[in-house]
Design a protein around this ligand. Structure first.
Ligand SMILES: Cc1cc2nc3c(=O)[nH]c(=O)nc-3n(C[C@H](O)[C@H](O)[C@H](O)COP(=O)(O)OP(=O)(O)OC[C@H]3O[C@@H](n4cnc5c(N)ncnc54)[C@H](O)[C@@H]3O)c2cc1C
Length: 495
């Protein structure tokens, strides 16, 4: 007989956003279930190297952080979301410290702040040099395991959202998992990462396949800005065992430089990611090479032990040789449309972290704003979720019928190698209408929606570069491409 366990909040995904949302909800007294498909080390959060951005330095301010975020986002940042991030990120850093996360300090015991591309001052808080994600996740997951109000469903994949039968007032009332268990909750918080692993060349773990976007879309939620996929300029290429391994921007912040085949520098290494990625892409196209060289010989290797160690294990000594790097798909700015509390357009359904699209990142995420976003919106969504009404599942036998139908739903598909190759080819650093038209006929539903959004945005802006429309169209400033549940696409202006 099909049964549903009941909690206050069901969180899907145990990266930074999911773990912190679960902890915040539990601290407010909620009973929480945390569903996680993959082991801890296979989350984008665990792999984060640079850190989280917060205006904490004496020469910094929320206003400066806001300006940098807006500049990077190229006229598409939703100001109200960015204001929240820059105001609340410092509080989240302090809360994480109170929770036992040990961030790196300078010799006076003050937080050591790193500089990354697009930031006008040092504001990136890090831990263990470039082991920030690992440190954060180990501590947060240890706390979650100790927290009696959180039950963890590990190695369990969510397959479908449980929706209220009333089509006039659709409400999410829980989530069904692939092991045939069902969770009923006041609210479901999706924290399943972005979709960058759908591209053939990626810095992301294999699970970042837009599963949360597909779950939300199937439940009737709006998605937005799927064409806005950031490419990281410096992912390792051609080093066996380290393909796609990201070399953090913070290393360029400490003085590492990029060189073409002739050994010349060709770009401002601290320019925003889209500019550096396109400059590298142009070099590769011009020379036919598959990489440029990252010279970090002048950088103190002790500052980045995990990058230096990982490359040394692969046989590359960064103190003597240049690192071969090229761009790779890295971060999806688009996602499930959410308000300033992480609420999607479906009642009872929330999204946080890279799954969500609040408009915060505009057309180009500022480095290290995403981990801050995971914490700021993890906490906001947890609090808002607790205001949702308690679920009122139907009585048997209607309940049994509903659960049976729910468990018969197919799980969202993963992208196969053909789709991944198609996304890299047709929706890469540079895109044109022909390739996008082809991609719009791909077998994978999310690849088709990405192509639809990229066709709709007939301009170049931030991470989205259309070869046929190389200029930004000012008429599209602050406008977002929104995909409705029936797959129609419309423009919306978000303030
Ligand atoms: C190599 C790398 C370095 C980065 N460095 C930085 C940095 O320094 N600073 C910064 O701000 N950002 C950085 N980013 C981006 C940032 O790490 C991510 O945007 C952020 O960690 C995403 O967190 P998340 O919680 O949304 O998703 P994730 O951390 O990826 O977690 C997703 C979770 O969802 C689970 N999941 C997925 N599908 C299902 C399902 N169907 N059912 C159940 N569970 C599911 C996964 O198992 C996982 O637990 C980096 C990203 C990468 C890849």
């Amino acid at each position: 007989m099909a049964e549903a366990a009941t909690v206050d909040v069901a969180v899907v995904g145990a990266g930074a956003a999911g773990l912190y949302a679960a902890l915040c909800a539990a601290r407010e007294g909620a009973r929480v279930a945390l569903v996680s498909a993959a082991p801890l080390a296979q989350t984008a959060s665990y792999w984060a190297q640079g850190g989280l951005a917060a205006a904490l330095a004496a020469d910094d301010s929320a206003e400066l952080h806001l300006q940098d975020t807006e500049r990077a986002g190229r006229g598409a940042v939703r100001r109200s979301a960015a204001e929240i991030l820059v105001r609340e990120a410092p509080e989240c850093v302090r809360d994480l410290q109170a929770l036992g996360v040990r961030f790196d300090a300078d010799r006076f015991g003050r937080l050591a702040l790193g500089l990354e591309g697009g930031h006008s001052v040092r504001r990136v808080v890090h831990a263990g040099g470039s082991a920030t994600g690992r440190r954060l996740l180990r501590q947060l997951s240890a706390l979650v395991v100790e927290e009696p109000r959180v039950s963890v469903w590990e190695n369990v994949r969510a397959r479908a959202l449980w929706m209220d039968g009333d089509p006039t007032h659709p409400r999410c009332r829980g989530v069904a998992c692939e092991d045939a268990r069902v969770l009923g909750a006041r609210a479901v918080i999706l924290a399943t990462s972005g979709a960058a692993a759908m591209w053939a060349r990626t810095t992301n773990p294999p699970g970042s396949q837009g599963i949360g976007l597909l779950l939300a879309h199937a439940a009737g939620a709006r998605l937005a800005d799927l064409e806005l996929l950031q490419f990281h300029p410096t992912a390792v290429i051609g080093v066996r065992g380290r393909e796609g391994f990201l070399v953090t921007e913070a290393i360029r912040g400490e003085g590492a430089t990029l060189h073409d085949a002739g050994g010349e520098r060709f770009v401002d290494e601290l320019a925003p990611r889209d500019e550096v990625s396109r400059a590298i892409g142009a070099q590769l196209a011009r020379t036919g090479a598959n990489s440029v060289g990252l010279d970090m010989r002048a950088v103190d290797p002790a500052l980045f032990p995990n990058v230096v160690g990982a490359l040394r294990e692969a046989g590359l000594d960064v103190t003597r040789e240049l690192v071969p790097v090229a761009p790779a798909a890295h971060y999806m700015m688009g996602g499930v449309v959410c308000d300033l509390h992480g609420r999607s357009t479906v009642a009872g359904l929330y999204a946080v972290g890279e799954t969500s699209c609040t408009g915060l990142h505009g057309a180009n995420r500022l480095a290290s704003n995403s981990l801050s976003e995971c914490f700021v919106w993890g906490r906001r969504a947890a609090r808002a979720a607790l205001q949702e009404p308690a679920p009122r599942p139907p009585a048997r036998p209607a309940l049994e019928r509903e659960l049976k139908a729910l468990l018969a739903l197919a799980a969202p598909p993963l992208a196969d190698p053909a789709t991944r190759a198609a996304l890299w080819r047709d929706a890469g650093i540079e895109r044109g209408p022909e390739g996008l038209e082809r991609l719009a006929r791909d077998a994978h539903p999310l690849a088709r929606l990405i192509a639809r959004c990229a066709l709709e945005r007939a301009e170049s802006r931030g991470a989205h570069h259309r070869v046929d429309r190389p200029e930004r169209d000012p008429a599209l400033d602050h406008r977002h491409v929104v995909v409705e549940s029936d797959e129609t696409v419309a423009w919306q202006r978000w303030e």
